[in-house]
Design a protein around this ligand. Structure first.
Ligand SMILES: NC(=O)c1ccc[n+]([C@@H]2O[C@H](COP(=O)([O-])OP(=O)(O)OC[C@H]3O[C@@H](n4cnc5c(N)ncnc54)[C@H](O)[C@@H]3O)[C@@H](O)[C@H]2O)c1
Length: 284
């Protein structure tokens, strides 16, 4: 019933696996999860020493170990399967998985330069790895009789076509579709997704599209914290199963909504631009 509000899923004491943890969004998300009281099991293809440095930052001054790191190449299904067993061994359980690792390509499918190997890697990291992880997590959650939550980091490029980002966008679109189809995993695992527009990260700062259009794109650009806010909200919201949160807007003018279709995205973009202009006029 609409008036019976379901309790929020609390993060304190939960164990969260975050992939792509050494990236711009991953490392901030790890910190935000730890600040919310979760223990974080972090994975990335980056070196053990970079992982150890991130864990040292996260563990510092907390009185207990809240972060552990494992180097894993998510193109390898066996390494994905091992991640959950490792995280369980480190912290005694796994409650949350954030499939955040991602790969972009500077080449378009039709504008030249894209290779078969890179296309395979884009599909492996952006789509097959989250698929494999969710399958493993569903088995884990059922075997332990403990419900879990999984978040897939999709992209606006998976909701609206992006010239030059066809393969990446196709992988992210499939991830949104997979998220919707994974509603069937309830109640064992609640799966949701976050689809951000451009985020203020190295992944996009050198994007020629932004550099050629210095007004519109930056006005809609998101902060890393806005993406983390939406990810945490997605985890906490018991109604998020199968849903994708679309995110667009500047730091001062951002909003998000569920179950979007194309028309919503256009309205959301128009609203964000109007709000950004309004805030600028007011001098914020
Ligand atoms: N930055 C943006 O504007 C933006 C917009 C929409 C969606 N996203 C998505 O958000 C997520 C994080 O993006 P980001 O901006 O932090 O990017 P990033 O490149 O900073 O981080 C991605 C991380 O994934 C890791 N990774 C790549 N291949 C891997 C592999 N084979 N095995 C294990 N780890 C691997 C990288 O080492 C890196 O640390 C990605 O899924 C990305 O597609 C980003």
């Amino acid at each position: 019933m609409w008036f019976c509000k379901e309790a929020q899923y609390e993060l304190a004491g939960r164990v969260a696996v975050v992939t792509g943890a050494l990236g711009a969004i991953g490392r901030r998300l790890a910190a935000r999860l730890a600040e919310s009281g979760a223990l974080v099991a972090l994975a990335d293809i980056g070196s053990e020493s970079d992982g150890a440095a991130l864990c040292a930052e996260l563990n510092s001054g907390r009185g207990q170990r809240v972060a552990a790191y494992r180097r894993a190449d998510l193109r390898d299904a066996a390494q994905i399967a091992e991640l959950l067993a490792w995280a369980d061994g480190e912290f005694g359980r796994v409650d949350v998985v954030v499939n955040n690792a991602g790969l972009a390509s500077p080449h378009g499918l039709y504008s030249g330069g894209e290779t078969a190997d890179r296309m395979a890697a884009l599909l492996q990291v952006n789509l097959l790895a989250p698929m494999e992880m969710m399958r493993a997590f569903a088995e884990y959650a059922r075997a332990h009789g403990r419900p879990g939550v999984a978040v897939n980091m999709a992209s606006m490029g998976g909701l609206v076509p992006n010239e030059g980002g066809e393969v990446y966008g196709a992988a992210k679109a499939a991830l949104v579709h997979l998220t919707r189809a994974s509603r069937s995993l309830m109640p064992a695992v609640r799966v949701c997704a976050v689809a951000p527009y451009y985020v203020d990260t190295p992944m996009v700062r050198n994007n020629p599209k932004l550099q050629n259009n210095p007004t519109v794109y930056p006005a809609l650009m998101l902060s890393v914290d806005a993406v983390c806010d939406a990810t945490l909200a997605c985890i906490r919201d018991p109604r998020s199963a199968g849903r994708t949160v679309a995110l667009i807007g500047s730091a001062s003018a951002r909003m998000w909504m569920y179950d979007v279709v194309g028309v919503h995205i256009k309205l959301l973009g128009a609203w964000s631009l109007a709000a950004a202009a309004f805030w600028r006029l007011l001098g914020y």
